[in-house]
Design a protein around this ligand. Structure first.
Ligand code: ARG
Length: 460
């Protein structure tokens, strides 16, 4: 027989390179804390149910607690010969307390063990992720509050469309992040289900108490089907999908910061602390961090696609393919946490050039809708109003005259419905202020959004 934990029926070991290929200890050691926690819950239950003599359970538990503090002190060392975190911890336990350690694995398989560890790991990360999202949201709300009356061109197709409040713009990202947060919060419902006690695939003959271990591990519920319990990775797919959406939002914000910081725009300047220089061009100040967040979306999309692909077509129950489920989740977590922290720092130090934003709405015909609305209010069907203003814009472009600079006689020649009161409507500030429809960019509407957001953040 071979000296592996499962070596009884084996007469040969895999060559070292194959063992290394098959091992997961290089990455699943990040679940060491969860593995120990899961084992402590399991052995506690083995004791209270009388499946193990209480003295044995106590001995095992004491050993595990010791390993727990060694882990916290950074003193644990793992061996690739022990394949994964589960067998590494058990080997360390055996070295500590002797053969009684072998009783820990009663009524348990690595299949429900790894599923338990992975569920626990994700349930532990979810509140950290939502807290990091809240921090970024809080910065966005502060920026919005300071910029309710800062006007800039709102664009569609990246062309100047209508003037908007910069506060409104920041609040749109707040809303995206709120949905991201809600998705991660919902994710907990599917992550916080205990697979422990499903054993290899079929349950066990021992009189285990699955509710007890679930309670000890603070799981919300217990899988009702043992095959599903060891085979389900939906919670991880959901997590990665939520991460992918979050990164998509951060990449859009990054892209806008990059454009806005460009020489052509100069709407914002990134703080020196969140920019980098060039090794050859002394004048350069680059938005590297924003670019990197935009770029890191790629790996998170990759992590999601990878897990969906690993799980596709897998027959029940556990298959070794599923060892490939973890690295993407770990990678995505590092990526979203880093991106959220950097984005929070970048936004909280952002320099906004209000004057440049204001100047950009002066001569860009972005008040054309105001004139069309003015005519529509006077009774002209909107389609006709649109055509009238379109003609004026055409003339204005040719003569370099924005609508507000055209003399009244010229405007009246286009439509006799126009009177002197039209000019106040053409002011971009008025154009924004008046958009008080629910969810619109009007100052009062933006203030209402901010008030609601502040309440939401407090309740978190
Ligand atoms: N290292 C394995 C994984 O990550 C643990 C489960 C192994 N179980 C098995 N029967 N090979 O999935």
């Amino acid at each position: 027989a071979v000296k592996k934990m499962w070596g009884g029926r084996f007469t040969a070991v895999s060559p070292e390179f194959a063992q290394e290929f098959g091992a997961s200890i290089s990455f699943d050691q990040v679940m060491a804390a969860e593995d120990i926690e899961g084992s402590i819950a399991h052995v506690t239950m083995l004791g209270t149910t009388g499946i193990l003599p209480q003295a044995d359970a106590d001995k095992i538990k004491a050993g595990l607690l010791e390993i727990q503090s060694e882990l916290a002190a950074g003193k644990l060392e793992f061996d690739v010969a022990n394949e994964d975190i589960h067998m590494n911890i058990e080997a360390i336990l055996t070295a500590k307390i002797g053969p009684v350690a072998g009783k820990l694995h009663t009524a348990r398989s690595r299949n429900d063990q790894v599923a338990t560890d992975f569920h626990l790991w994700v349930t532990h990360r979810l509140p950290e992720v939502t807290a990091a999202i809240s921090k970024l949201q809080a910065v966005l709300v502060q920026l919005a509050e300071a910029n309710v009356e800062t006007i800039l061109p709102g664009t569609t197709h990246l062309q100047h469309a209508q003037p908007i409040s910069l506060g409104h713009y920041f609040m749109s990202y707040y809303s995206m992040l709120q949905r991201d947060k809600e998705r991660f919060q919902f994710n907990q419902q599917h992550a916080s289900i205990s697979p422990l006690g499903a054993a290899a695939l079929a349950g066990t003959t021992f009189p285990i108490d699955r509710q007890q271990t679930a309670d000890l591990l603070h799981f919300n519920s217990v899988y009702t089907n043992s095959l599903d319990a060891v085979s389900d990775r939906d919670f991880a797919v959901e997590y990665l999908s939520n991460a992918a959406l979050l990164m998509m939002h951060l990449s859009r914000l990054s892209e806008e910061l990059i454009i806005w910081a460009s020489f052509e725009y100069q709407y914002v300047e990134l703080d020196d602390a969140y920019s980098t220089g060039s090794s050859i061009m002394p004048q350069k100040k680059n938005a590297d961090y924003a670019e990197l967040i935009r770029g890191k979306v790629g790996r998170v999309y990759g992590d999601l696609t990878s897990l969906l692909t690993v799980m596709k077509g897998l027959p029940l129950a556990y298959n070794k393919d599923m060892q490939e489920d973890k690295e993407g989740v770990f990678d995505a977590t590092t990526t979203i946490m880093g991106s959220l922290h950097v984005m929070t720092g970048m936004m909280s130090t952002l320099h906004i050039k209000q004057d440049n934003m204001a100047a950009a709405v002066q001569n860009d015909f972005s008040n054309a809708t105001e004139l069309a609305d003015y005519l529509a209010t006077k009774g002209l069907p909107f389609r006709q109003a649109h055509a009238v203003v379109g003609q004026l814009v055409l003339t204005g472009i040719k003569t370099h005259t924005p609508l507000q600079d055209m003399p009244l006689t010229q405007l009246q020649a286009a439509s006799d419905l126009i009177e002197a009161d039209v000019y106040k409507d053409l002011d971009p500030v008025v154009a924004v202020a008046r958009r008080t429809s629910f969810g619109g960019t009007g100052f009062d509407s933006v203030r209402a959004q901010i008030a609601l957001a502040q309440k939401q953040l407090e309740e978190d």
